[in-house]
Design a protein around this ligand. Structure first.
Ligand code: AMP
Length: 620
């Protein structure tokens, strides 16, 4: 297993040369920046003492760009020039968005390669929007720390694919930040807990935020962090709890249609009530609606828990799946790390605690824990830890592989492989004299290429002409510590090679990944049948090709009966190839094999005679 050494040789700094480095939690709703000061990680506040920066950017009419709370305030009156949730758009294309369920109030450009939002300051990509957020946090950190940063560790969801990671890096570059490392969010949380509590063992990171749920299984040993498996639900979070309570209020107060203003008001009060119930056993929601109607409802914590317990239980399924993927049972889990504001809810803590049979770890602020872990990692990468040599391993969320003959996907790096990783596999040519090979890189769990996601294609040329199956093409997949993939192919006898950095033209969203995983499992039997058929078809085509070539050269060896038997079996196999299943194709291949056995023997004799003709015994 490849391990990544994080602290680079020669980068260890003397104590007086402390290098300024930060960790940035670039969130969908809020972002944070943290650093290590006097040995402990702290979030850095702005000049008004606010730690969280709303991830919202507004392009103003006077050419100004507002980021954070002011932009958020203006969002309702200026939605088309105020961009929020850029993280949901980064590294994606318009085609991806058409499948998304969220309504977005923006005017999108026609660019098919990258999303563009038309603002009064021109077209802006989510990369540029994210860069504004990162720039604001960079300025905040430099003002607070009194110097230029050597770099930053930026966190991304474990599910982010290549395009999304690359786009996040591009945003950092635009913001003038040196990216020391992209770090998976759950890993950052584990770092915060691992280092603070010097824990070891298998840990589950349970991250329930405002709109998403993520779960990861991590292996921690001293100085070693390994993500074993990840999972989640990208459409489940605190907002769903708000919504359930909101509906309850409507029922209780016999309200049906609310106008936009009343809805917003009631939703905000609902959220405050939900948050209050974490510390209070009951709370009241009181409001006067625009038509004068009064809302006045007391909600007890117990009532709230009863109303929303099904949502908490919904998070347990992905937890079970992640444990299964990691190959462990819940009894193997040494600790459960709670991340995200919604894990403050007591029934969440209780349910998770009961499921695992232990009290979850929650002594760090669940909103800050990712930024704090990123800051600790940045401190190590910047060389501030003389003894710091931590190893950090993450996993690939989906299998990576390539297309082989017959439209089959051959997995080279299986899902949940530890990063960084590099694996090579040898492939061969299908046709005699084949001099080029197209390498089609795909991602997914299914057996057929058509059911997987196409990532990239490139061609290896200059393969010396050889008999089918004789060339040896070594294809190497390499995924670096940031999760970025490169693929190279080399023909072994000549050394000719081709390679590609895989930058998919579009990203995979969490839903697609979840769907692809689900499909991979639920279609396993169907896939196996399709795979068996495709394999039988490849064998059949290869046999038909060989027989055609042999008949062209040596059909004079056959009697009329033998020839017509071969022709009849050839026709039968061709017809099976059109509409038979794997078994039928294999049966026809065997029949043709039997009827050509004698022909093969006669050809071999002729070839031996030809080879020996004119040679002396010594030469043989
Ligand atoms: P995050 O995305 O991690 O910032 O989490 C935001 C979510 O946490 C929102 O749905 C908040 O309503 C929720 N949240 C924050 N504080 C509390 C609290 N004390 N009790 C319940 N939910 C909370």
């Amino acid at each position: 297993m490849a391990l990544l050494q994080i602290s680079e040789p020669g980068m260890s700094a003397a104590p007086h040369q402390h290098r300024l480095a930060v960790g940035i939690d670039l969130g969908t709703t809020n972002s944070l920046v943290a650093t290590v000061k006097s040995g402990s990680a702290v979030c850095l506040p702005d000049e008004k003492g606010r730690k969280t920066l709303p991830s919202v950017v507004r392009y103003g009419s006077g050419g100004e760009i507002e980021v954070g709370a002011d932009a958020l305030k203006a969002q309702k009156i200026d939605p088309q020039n105020t961009v929020s949730s850029a993280k949901r758009l980064i590294g994606r294309t318009l085609a991806d968005l058409q499948q998304a369920s969220h309504y977005l109030p923006y005017r999108f450009g026609e660019n098919e390669r990258v999303i563009e939002l038309h603002t009064r300051q021109g077209a802006k990509t989510p990369i540029e929007v994210s860069a504004e957020i990162l720039k604001t946090l960079k300025n905040r950190a430099e003002a607070s720390l009194g110097g230029a940063l050597v770099g930053a560790v930026i966190t991304v969801p474990a599910y982010f694919d290549d395009a999304q990671r690359q786009a996040t890096k591009d945003a950092a570059r635009l913001a003038g930040l040196n990216v020391l490392r992209l770090l998976n969010e759950p890993t950052a949380a584990a770092i915060a807990y691992g280092l603070d509590n010097a824990s070891e063992g298998t840990f589950v990171v349970y991250d329930l935020g405002g709109g998403t749920f993520d779960v990861s299984v991590l292996q921690l040993t001293k100085g070693l962090f390994e993500v074993k498996a990840t999972g989640g639900n990208s459409a489940l979070g605190g907002d769903d709890f708000d919504h359930r309570l909101f509906c309850h209020l409507l029922e209780q107060n016999k309200l049906s249609q609310l106008n936009e203003q009343d809805s917003q008001l009631l939703l905000a009060l609902t959220r405050s009530a939900k948050e209050a119930l974490t510390t209070e056993t009951s709370t009241a929601v009181r409001a006067t609606l625009s038509d004068g109607k009064i809302v006045d409802t007391v909600i007890t914590r117990q009532e709230f828990h009863n109303l929303t317990q099904h949502l908490v239980l919904k998070t347990i399924e992905p937890v079970k799946q992640a444990l299964k993927d990691a190959g462990i049972s819940k009894a193997d889990v040494n600790g459960v790390i709670m991340v995200g504001g919604s894990t403050r809810m007591l029934h969440v803590q209780q349910t998770v605690g009961t499921f695992f049979g232990q009290t979850p770890l929650n002594n760090l602020n669940p909103d800050e824990v990712v930024a704090l872990g990123a800051a600790m990692q940045a401190d190590v990468l910047a060389g501030n830890k003389a003894d710091g040599e931590w190893l950090l391993l993450d996993v690939t969320p989906l299998s990576l592989g390539l297309e082989t003959y017959g439209g089959l996907a051959e997995k080279v790096i299986p899902r949940n492989s530890t990063l960084p990783t590099s694996r090579a596999q040898e492939f061969t040519t299908f046709k005699d004299g084949q001099t080029a090979m197209t390498i089609h890189v795909v991602q997914g769990e299914r057996e057929l290429v058509s059911d997987c996601r196409s990532l990239a294609k490139f061609t290896l040329r200059g393969i010396p002409p050889m008999a089918a199956g004789a060339a040896r093409i070594r294809v190497t997949f390499q995924v670096d510590a940031d999760g970025l993939l490169s693929v190279s192919a080399q023909e072994q006898s000549t050394g000719v090679q081709a390679q590609i950095e895989v930058k998919p033209s579009y990203g995979l969203d969490d839903d697609t990944i979840t769907q692809m995983l689900k499909d991979g499992m639920s279609n396993a039997a169907e896939d196996m049948a399709a795979r068996a058929r495709a394999e039988a078809a490849v064998e059949a085509e290869s046999l038909l090709g060989a027989i055609e070539a042999a008949l062209a050269l040596d059909s004079d060896l056959l009697s009329a009966d033998e020839l017509s038997a071969i022709q009849a079996d050839t026709a039968a196999l061709q017809s099976r190839l059109q509409n038979g299943n794997a078994e039928e194709i294999r049966a026809a291949v065997s029949a043709l094999g039997r009827s050509t056995d004698n022909f093969a023997a006669k050809r071999m004799n002729r070839n031996i005679k030809r080879a020996l003709a004119g040679q002396s015994v010594d030469n043989i």
